[in-house]
Design a binder for this molecule. Structure first.
Ligand code: F6P
Length: 535
C-alpha cells in the first residue's frame, strides 16, 4: 500500500503540534481517543494525532482493503500466499465453525483441545504419572521460537493460577548451558518432557530432545521413555520415529503459524501449569478479542486503532522502534514474545506480489516491565534523539495485597505516560532549580540538561487484573494489530524466510566446526573458525 498523500500533507499541517497544548485546549481529548472492551481500556489520547489524523488513517485502512483481508483470514482463505496456507489460529480459540479448503476443522480442533485438557489435568492430578507410578513434580517444555516464547510468556504471566500443579520449565537454546542448568535442579524420576515442535526437525529442539532422552535412559532406563515424554507437532510421522506413543502425541495443523501456536496443543505446558479450566479461559479471552476485531467498526476497533497508530509512526514519522512496557511484573516475557509475533511477521522487504517495498515495514520491538525499565533505558525514551512510541500496560488490581506496592506501581505507570506527553520546558527546569536555592548562573548552566521535549507518544492499556481471560484478550489484540499493519504495508505477515539462510549456512559450517571438513570460507569466517578451534 503506497503512502497516502493526504496523510503526508496532513503531517505537514501538524508542525508545531504538542500533546501538552492538545490536552490544555481540549478537555474531552481522553474521552474521544479511548476505546473499551469489557474491563480493558485503551487510552490512545497521548498520541500525536488529531481527529483528522484518525479519519485519514481510517480512510487508508479502508483503501488497503483491511476489512476484506480480515474476513478472508476468518474464512480460512490461503492468505499466506508464499506457503499456500490458511492463517486460522483464531479457530483454536473461537467456537467457530471454521473451514479450511472447504473442510470444517471445528471438530478436530475440539478433539485435540479436549485431549490436551485431559492430559494436563491428568498430570496435575497424578493420574498421568511417571514410570514409577508417582506424580510428576516438574515439566520441561523443549521448543524454540513459537514453540517456546508464547507458552513461556503465558506460564510466567499466570503463575498465580498454578494452584499446586507441577513446576514448568523451558529449554530452548541449542547452547548446552540451557538444558544443563535446567536438568541440574531436577529429579529424572519426577520429570516429564514435552517436545514442542511444529516441524519436529528444528535443530535446537531435536538436539535438546535427544539430550533429555539420554538423561532419562541413563537414569531410569530405556523403558521409562514412554512415560516421561510427550510431543506436540504437526509432523506425526517424525514424532513416532522418536519413540513417543500415540496417546502422548498432540497434533496441530499447518494453518497455525509457529508464533501463533500457543493457542494450539503447543500450549500444553500452559494447560499443565494452570489447569484445563484456566487454559480454556485463556482461549476465551482470545475469542473475545477476535469477536471485537471481526465485528467492531474500524473506528471503534482496538487492534485496528493500535495498528494504524503504529503505521502512522513507522510510515509517516519514520520512528524505527516500538516499546512494550508492562507495569505488571508477570508480563516479563510479553515483549520477548511480541518481538517474534511482530518482527517475524512484519520484518519484510517485498510486497505480497514480490515487488520491493518502498516505505518502512515492521519496527524493532523491545521492552521490559516498568518500573525496572525506568532505571535502564527510559532515559533515551525521554531525552534521546530518537522518538520511540510506547505501550504502557497496567492492571487495576494486583494478585498480592502487599502494603502499597501496587499503588506505587500504578503511580509510576501513569507518571511515565504523563512525563512522555508533557515533558519539561527550559523555563520550568530553570524555575525548579531557582526554587531549590540555586544561583541564576548555575541554573542557566544546568537547566538544558533537565529539559524533556515531551510530545512523545504512548498508549495506555488498563485492565482489571492479569487473569487467564485478560491475558488471552491482550495477546490476541496484539496479534491482530500485527495483522492490520501487514495489510497496510501489503506484505505477507505469515512466512519467515528470513530465518532460513542462517540455518542453511550453519548446516554447512557444522562439520567444519567439528573438524570433519575444510570448506572454502570467506576470510573473516575462516579466521574466526581457526581462532575458536585454537584457543
Ligand atoms: O524461527 C523460525 C521458526 O520457524 C519459527 O517460526 C518457529 O516458531 C520456530 O522456528 C520453531 O519451529 P518448530 O516449532 O517447527 O520447531
Amino acid at each position: 500500500m503506497p503512502m497516502s498523500d493526504a496523510l503526508t500533507d496532513h503531517l505537514k499541517s501538524l508542525d508545531g503540534f504538542h500533546l501538552r497544548d492538545a490536552f490544555a485546549s481540549d478537555p474531552g481529548r481522553a474521552g474521544r481517543f479511548s476505546l473499551e472492551e469489557g474491563d480493558l481500556l485503551l487510552d490512545y489520547s497521548k498520541n500525536i494525532v488529531t481527529a483528522e489524523t484518525m479519519r485519514l488513517l481510517m480512510e487508508r485502512a479502508r483503501a488497503a482493503g483491511l476489512e476484506a483481508m480480515r474476513d478472508a483470514m476468518f474464512a480460512g482463505e490461503p492468505i499466506n500466499l508464499t506457503e499456500g496456507r490458511a492463517v486460522l489460529h483464531v479457530a483454536l480459540r473461537d467456537p467457530g465453525p471454521f473451514q479450511v479448503a472447504g473442510k470444517d476443522v471445528t471438530g478436530e480442533v475440539k478433539e485435540v483441545l479436549d485431549r490436551v485438557v485431559a492430559f494436563a489435568d491428568g498430570v496435575r492430578g497424578g493420574t498421568i504419572a511417571a514410570a514409577d507410578g508417582a506424580p510428576f513434580s516438574d515439566v520441561v517444555n523443549i521448543g524454540i521460537g513459537g514453540s517456546d516464547l508464547g507458552p513461556r510468556m503465558a506460564v510466567r504471566a499466570l503463575s498465580p493460577y498454578r494452584e499446586g500443579g507441577p513446576k514448568v520449565h523451558f529449554v530452548a537454546n541449542v547452547d548446552g548451558a540451557d538444558i544443563a542448568d535446567t536438568l541440574a535442579g531436577l529429579n529424572p524420576a519426577r520429570t516429564l518432557f514435552l517436545i514442542a515442535s511444529k516441524t519436529f526437525t528444528t535443530q535446537e529442539t531435536m538436539t535438546n530432545a535427544a539430550t533429555a532422552r539420554q538423561w532419562i535412559v541413563d537414569n531410569l532406563g530405556e523403558d521409562a521413555v514412554g512415560a516421561h515424554f510427550a510431543a506436540i507437532s504437526t509432523a506425526l510421522d517424525k514424532v513416532a520415529e522418536f519413540g513417543i506413543g500415540e496417546d502422548r502425541v498432540f497434533g496441530f495443523w499447518d494453518w497455525v503459524g509457529g508464533r501463533y501456536s500457543v493457542w494450539s496443543a503447543i500450549g500444553l505446558s500452559v494447560a499443565i501449569a494452570i489447569g484445563g479450566t484456566n487454559f480454556r479461559q485463556f482461549l476465551a479471552g482470545g475469542a473475545a478479542a477476535d469477536e471485537h476485531f471481526r465485528t467492531r467498526p474500524l473506528e471503534e476497533n482496538i487492534p485496528v486503532v493500535m495498528g494504524l497508530l503504529g503505521d502512522w509512526y513507522r510510515t509517516y514519522l519514520g520512528y524505527g522502534a516500538y516499546a512494550i512496557l508492562p507495569y505488571d511484573q508477570r508480563l516479563i516475557e510479553f515483549a520477548a514474545h511480541l518481538q517474534q509475533v511482530d518482527m517475524e511477521s512484519n520484518g519484510k522487504r517485498v510486497h505480497r506480489d514480490g515487488s520491493p517495498v518502498t516505505s518502512p515495514t515492521g519496527p524493532v520491538i523491545f521492552g521490559e516491565p516498568g518500573t525496572n525499565g525506568q532505571h535502564a533505558f527510559y532515559q533515551l525514551l525521554h531525552q534521546g534523539t530518537d522518538v520511540v512510541p510506547v505501550d504502557i500496560l497496567v492492571a487495576a488490581q494486583p494478585h498480592e495485597a502487599l502494603s502499597d506496592h501496587h499503588a506505587k506501581l500504578v503511580a509510576n505507570a501513569l507518571a511515565q505516560t504523563q512525563a512522555l506527553m508533557r515533558g519539561r520546558t527550559l523555563e520550568e527546569a530553570r524555575e525548579q532549580l531557582l526554587a531549590k536555592g540555586m544561583d541564576a548562573a548555575e541554573a542557566d548552566r544546568l537547566a538544558p540538561h533537565r529539559v524533556f521535549p515531551g510530545n512523545r507518544p504512548s498508549n495506555t492499556i488498563a485492565y482489571r487484573t492479569l487473569d487467564p481471560f485478560t491475558l488471552g484478550r491482550l495477546l490476541a489484540f496484539y496479534e491482530h494489530k500485527v495483522f492490520v499493519q501487514g495489510v497496510l504495508w501489503d506484505i505477507n505477515s505469515f512466512d519467515q524466510w528470513g530465518v532460513e539462510l542462517g540455518k542453511e549456512l550453519a548446516g554447512v559450517l557444522l562439520p567444519a566446526v567439528k573438524g570433519e571438513t575444510s570448506p572454502e570460507l570467506d576470510g573473516s569466517t575462516a579466521r574466526l573458525l581457526a581462532h575458536l578451534r585454537a584457543v
